[in-house]
Design a protein around this ligand. Structure first.
Ligand code: HEC
Length: 118
């Protein structure tokens, strides 16, 4: 993928949630996130419903790691979500989430998808 396409994706995700981008994100989410993140929090991972704009590590029904809790009271902005997914343990040393997404386009799509999770 070219830099130009990536730049367009990045700008699009900042301004609005494009339905096509969110649909791509839904596919990535099914494959790479859903085993640990369901509609309700489980020991495998917290619920991501409403995660965009929420305070980091703030659900009462999930026991977060000290590493992720240390990032609060920052909120899950697009940039923070992208950084966490790009390198979870770099963004929050000590986090229990083992993997993220290497591709910037996949991350932009999943972030767009998460904005629609209520
Ligand atoms: C192997 C299980 C696993 C997979 C796969 C996984 N996660 Fe996570 N995720 C976790 C765990 C566990 C936490 C809580 C981490 C902590 O407390 O340090 C977490 C936390 C998060 C948070 C922070 C939630 C909050 O309430 O602050 C986001 C956002 C997130 N994951 C997104 C994703 C996305 C998007 C994917 C797919 C690309 C994904 N995760 C894949 C286990 C997983």
């Amino acid at each position: 993928m070219t830099r130009r396409v990536l730049a367009v994706l990045a700008v699009t995700s900042l301004l609005t949630v494009s339905p096509a981008l969110a649909a791509d994100g839904a596919k990535v989410f099914q494959l790479q996130c859903k085993t640990c993140h369901g509609a309700k929090s489980t020991p495998m991972g917290p619920s991501l419903a409403g995660v965009a704009g929420r305070k980091i590590a703030s659900l009462a029904d999930y026991r977060y790691s000290a590493g992720l809790t240390a990032k609060a009271p920052a909120v899950w902005t697009d940039a923070n979500l992208d950084a966490y997914l790009a390198a979870p343990t770099k963004f929050a040393p000590g986090t229990r989430m083992p993997t993220g997404l290497a591709g910037p386009a996949d991350r932009a799509a999943v972030v767009a998808y998460m904005k629609g999770l209520k």
